[in-house]
Design a protein around this ligand. Structure first.
Ligand code: HEM
Ligand SMILES: *[C@@H]1O[C@H](CO)[C@@H](O)[C@H](O)[C@H]1NC(C)=O
Ligand SMILES: *[C@@H]1O[C@H](CO)[C@@H](O)[C@H](O)[C@H]1NC(C)=O
Ligand SMILES: *[C@@H]1O[C@H](CO)[C@@H](O)[C@H](O)[C@H]1NC(C)=O
Ligand SMILES: *[C@@H]1O[C@H](CO)[C@@H](O)[C@H](O)[C@H]1NC(C)=O
Ligand SMILES: *[C@@H]1O[C@H](CO)[C@@H](O)[C@H](O)[C@H]1NC(C)=O
Length: 324
């Protein structure tokens, strides 16, 4: 072997180490020791004000991390020169509770100015959303930087639609991010808390796969209930929990899938499809298994890093300088 390729390999290795931040639990141990308790307290306040808000925050981790890594890109507002992710197909009229992120950021800026990234806020707050609603608690790794840009196109290309997602397409999507089938099924259990709009279920109720009929996978009484809540041509902004206990993080979501009372097509397909059914059964029968797999999946998803340069934003909705 000659020296040149070896040197090249060394440089490559060095570059990857420098390019990614090293995430670690104690990242703010010296610079902002109260960061995690401040975030939890703000999340507690948000939950008291509106129970659903914590679920809405937890969803942000998925929509942030899958689009160019966990870099707070989902939080950027549109500007004349930036088409952000808030108006992408999966996000428009749907992602919410950005004001809670603003409140958390404000509290952190007061305690430790220009220190804690918005990307890390999403990771801490998502963990807190689960812990505060009765789910597992876990250690988060911190030290992410905030993006200088966002991509509506990437969000459109990547984020799954509730309409046509099959177990196979979801397995493939998550695999692209090194998340296993088990991770994917467990992470779908996030739908144990929060709400979804009629908009996300009407195709399934009235024109499943263009058939002009409803999805045969529905349990009949549940379908009847949903057709009352979401009549054809009705207000598509009306919402429903995605399981029977939408304020509590538990394994009820999986029990509902087993009894064919899943709300989204992407939910019910996890029980209908042989590739994922055994995990749904396992999690429906053993909440401990679900909690363990969910926490592991969230940590793995949180490890998805951006490869682009970043900063610690002062306002989560905008980059610090106008022109990068
Ligand atoms: C597996 C693929 C997934 C699909 C197709 C999907 C799709 C959806 C859809 C369509 C909604 C309702 C949106 C609306 O009607 O406005 C929703 C809500 C939600 N999703 Fe997912 N999701 C997936 C995975 C995840 C993951 C991995 C997480 C987080 C770890 C997550 C967290 C949530 C939460 C918490 C809500 C409720 C939000 C609220 O109440 O504001 N989802 N999801
Ligand atoms: C539903 O909400 C969106 C924005 O979130 C709004 O533009 C639309 O007018 C609402 N539709 C109804 C029927 O209220
Ligand atoms: C679901 O399909 C309907 C009808 O095909 C479409 O109008 C709607 O935009 C789709 N919803 C999502 C979230 O992709
Ligand atoms: C998935 O893992 C492989 C092998 O460790 C790595 O090269 C790749 O960058 C990872 N992909 C993502 C999206 O993290
Ligand atoms: C159902 O979907 C099919 C194919 O997407 C479409 O051609 C048809 O017009 C739809 N029917 C209704 C009632 O919306
Ligand atoms: C549930 O899973 C946990 C962790 O794997 C295990 O220790 C426990 O025995 C299981 N409980 C039941 C009822 O199978």
């Amino acid at each position: 072997m000659n020296l040149v390729p070896n040197l090249f390999m060394c440089l490559l290795l060095l570059f990857t180490v420098v390019a990614g931040e090293t995430l670690q639990p104690a990242f703010y141990g010296k610079t902002c020791p109260k960061a995690e308790s401040i975030v939890r307290e703000e999340m507690r306040k948000a939950m008291l004000k509106e129970a659903r808000s914590v679920a809405s925050i937890m969803r942000l981790q998925f929509h942030d991390c899958f689009v160019n890594g966990c870099d707070g890109s989902v939080l950027l507002d549109d500007t004349p020169t930036l088409l952000g992710e808030k108006l992408s197909l999966a996000n428009i009229g749907s992602l919410r509770s950005f004001d809670v992120v603003d409140n958390i950021k404000e509290a952190l800026e007061k305690a430790c100015p220009a220190t804690v990234s918005c990307a890390d806020i999403i990771i801490m707050a998502s963990r807190d959303a689960v812990a505060l609603t009765g789910g597992p608690d876990w250690e988060v790794k911190l030290g992410r930087k905030d993006s200088l840009t966002a991509s509506q196109k990437d969000s459109d290309d990547i984020m799954p639609s509730p309409n046509d997602s099959t177990a196979t397409s979801l397995i493939d999507l998550f695999q692209r991010f090194n998340l296993s089938t088990k991770d994917m099924v467990a992470l779908s259990g996030s739908h144990s808390i929060g709400e979804a709009r009629c908009f996300s279920v009407t195709p399934r109720l009235y024109n499943y796969s263009g058939s002009g009929k409803s999805d045969p996978a529905f349990e009949p009484l549940y379908r009847e209930k949903l057709t009352k809540l979401c009549p054809m041509g009705g207000d598509e902004n009306v919402t429903s929990g995605m399981d029977a206990t939408a304020k509590v993080f538990d394994n009820q979501y999986f029990k509902n899938l087993v009894s064919r009372k899943g709300f989204l097509h992407s939910d019910q397909t996890l029980f209908t499809s042989p590739e994922t059914r055994e995990y749904v059964k396992l999690f429906s029968e053993n909440e401990t298994e679900f909690f363990k797999a969910f926490a592991e999946g969230m940590v793995k998803m949180g490890d998805l890093q951006s490869t682009k340069p970043g900063e610690v934003r002062l306002n989560c909705r905008a980059v610090n300088r106008k022109s990068y």
